[in-house]
Design a binder for this molecule. Structure first.
Ligand SMILES: [Zn+2]
Length: 178
């Protein structure tokens, strides 16, 4: 151990006391709500849904960060737009799917590992209500802003009042041309 007398005692250490956060069951995610650039980590995991569409589970890391977000894309056509989440993902990576078969989609997803841009939202899973009750749907409350204007990662379940921690989730992909 170095002798304290050898150290520069004026060197800053620790934290700013204004920023102290007490220990808690809830970690503050370092992926904030809003748009960020991601790259994929690890290999995609493919399966088929009950109605024979391709489901792909993947993990992504924001550029320059270490925390990860899990997400899945599907070849099921959207009800609202001529697209699928698999197409949105591949196009956000700057490519397009070469055809309509399961193999075409699988190959396109394998070849495209990012970087891609996506918009993150924070959602809260209530273990008592066994559903996402914060931030997941338009009619649900979002995580609250603190008096300092910074979003809080702890919210109150609107149905049962339990405390819920925030989890980052991809809300949509950013496809060029927007
Ligand atoms: Zn609840």
């Amino acid at each position: 151990m170095p002798d304290l007398n050898d150290l520069d005692l004026n060197k800053e250490t620790g934290i700013s006391q204004d920023s102290y956060e007490p220990p808690s069951d809830f970690f503050r995610p370092d992926i904030l709500p809003g748009e960020a650039t991601f790259t994929r980590r690890g290999e995609p995991v493919f399966s088929l849904t009950k109605d024979n569409h391709l489901q792909t589970k993947m993990t992504a890391v924001p550029v320059g960060k270490t925390s990860t977000v899990d997400f899945a894309v599907f070849t099921t056509p959207s009800q609202f737009r001529s697209s699928t989440s698999a197409d949105d993902y591949v196009r956000a990576c700057g490519s397009i799917v070469g055809g309509r078969t399961v193999k075409d989609y699988r190959d396109a997803i394998l070849m495209n590992a990012g970087p891609f841009n996506a918009v993150i939202k924070w959602v809260g899973w209530c273990k008592d209500c066994e559903e996402e009750t914060i931030g997941a749907k338009r009619n649900q409350p979002k995580f609250p802003l603190g008096s300092d204007g910074v979003i809080s990662h702890i919210g109150e379940c609107p149905k049962c009042g339990a405390k819920i921690g925030a989890k980052p989730k991809i809300s949509r992909y950013v496809v060029g041309g927007e």
